[in-house]
Design a protein around this ligand. Structure first.
Ligand code: ACO
Length: 402
């Protein structure tokens, strides 16, 4: 494939493929997807088995290092991450500069970018021990940064991490805990969030991961590349879809719960009206993550005793769409984010914060891809071509003559 690409470039021909729907930008040994069969595997392990048996920290190890860890490896990895959860005190002050109602996604991407200024002697992408250290720092610090982005929006004081807790438990405590009051982490909530992180952990060359690889291909450091990935994830057609689904469901409820009216607007292709949480570039049969989440949504909402009208609207919407030719013909099925928002809401997160949770889950995948890219001898700086459609050469005219 690479040789053919070179040969074609020499002939002057260019592949025109907007959205890269049919362009393989790299080879990768991390994640396998078969969109027609609804298959997703991390390093060969089916997502269903990982969701059932594994933990987010173990899956992170698997994605980054290629194998499931032994107990000793897992203990060592966990301990390393626990040791790096604190932020430099100066970085805490960084949050003061944002307005109180700042969206947490740009706050998070800016903070990750700022992290590189604290580790300036550890940014060489080819220095393996430093890449290892940056990996651990990012995995450890992103939950702290995310929790502080939340605290910023509520005006509450920041909590230091409690490293006797696991990664997810620590994140929940730093997010919802208060200094003077003890915070008991609900194990059902922690388990649900851990599962959602596993399901989001990697998805091969999606928009944000491709962004991480593209930025990294210029040999920019890991923090800079991950910060770019967070910004790519922010868009409503990608990670931002989980917030957009909730806003859509709330809109339908405010409209008297009229699902068929909304579906008609989608089918009429009203500007800006899409069935959010439906459709996927690769899955054209079903999204295996959505299947797991749908089952979990019911379970968790029941356990937490949450009776959410929006869940009923979501179910009616799904049933209506799945039996409608418009959606069937276009192979549009619920994707991972159709039900996640309802779970995040039940866990107590505000809508604005949902995409931050996606970023926390996707982080190990981004890191795994960046490391694979840096170590791949076939890597070249990403530099696509274009088909020029502008003016032919013309003479400059003085401003007085225009
Ligand atoms: N609602 C209504 N119609 C849709 C939707 C949708 N959600 N998605 C696609 N379509 C229609 C398009 O209008 C198009 O119809 P047409 O042929 O009559 O013009 C056809 O289906 C194909 O759509 P494309 O936009 O070409 O599909 P693409 O692969 O480029 O887009 C995407 C995939 C971006 C996910 C799209 O389905 C979408 O916008 N979905 C809603 C947003 C969303 O849920 N994003 C999350 C994706 S998963 C993730 O990032 C975790």
């Amino acid at each position: 494939g690479i040789e053919l690409g070179k040969l074609l470039a020499q002939t002057g021909y260019i592949t025109y493929d907007p959205g890269f729907v049919n362009t393989g930008s790299t080879s990768s040994a991390i994640t396998y997807i078969d969109g027609d069969a609804g298959i997703l595997r991390y390093r060969g392990y089916p997502i269903e088995q990982l969701a059932e048996n594994s933990t987010f920290i173990e899956v992170s190890y698997l994605l980054i290092y290629g194998e499931l860890p032994t107990q000793a490896q897992l203990d060592d990895f966990t301990q390393k991450i626990n040791r790096h959860t604190l932020l430099h005190e100066d970085l805490k002050r960084f949050f003061d500069g944002f307005p109180r109602d700042a969206h947490p996604m740009p706050v998070l991407s800016s903070a990750v970018s700022a992290l590189s200024t604290f580790y300036q002697d550890a940014l060489n992408p080819f220095d393996e021990p430093n890449v290892e250290l940056s990996t651990v720092r990012l995995l450890a610090k992103l939950p702290t940064l995310a929790a502080y982005a939340y605290k910023k929006s509520t005006g509450q004081p920041f909590l230091y991490p409690d490293n006797s807790l696991g990664l997810v438990e620590n994140f929940l405590r730093m997010t919802f805990g208060l200094p003077a009051e003890p915070y008991e982490v609900d194990p059902d909530v922690a388990k649900a969030l851990d599962l959602l992180f596993i399901l989001h952990a990697d998805h091969e060359q999606n928009c944000s991961t491709s962004t991480v690889r593209l930025v990294g291909s210029s040999e920019a450091n890991l923090f800079a590349s991950i910060s770019a990935g967070i910004n790519a994830l922010f868009g409503p057609l990608h990670g931002g879809a989980n917030s957009a689904v909730l806003e859509m469901l709330e809109g339908i409820r405010a409209d008297g719960g009229d699902v068929s009216n909304f579906v008609a607007r989608v089918k009429n292709k009203e500007k800006g009206v899409r069935l959010m949480g439906f459709g996927h570039r690769v899955y054209k049969n079903y999204d295996p993550r959505a299947k797991i989440i749908k089952a979990t949504a019911d379970q968790i909402l029941n356990k937490l005793g949450v009776n959410d009208q929006l869940l009923d609207i979501a179910k009616t919407l799904e049933e209506t769409a799945l039996s409608d030719d418009y959606f069937v013909e276009r192979k549009l099925y619920p994707n991972v984010d159709f039900y996640t928002g309802l779970i995040y809401r039940a866990l107590g997160f505000p809508t604005k914060f949902f995409t931050v949770l996606f970023a926390l889950g996707r982080l190990p995948g981004w890191i795994a891809h960046w490391r694979e890219m840096i170590n791949d001898p076939a890597t070249k700086i990403g530099r696509p071509r274009q088909i020029y459609t502008g003016e032919k050469e013309r003479e400059y005219t003085r401003i007085s003559e225009r």
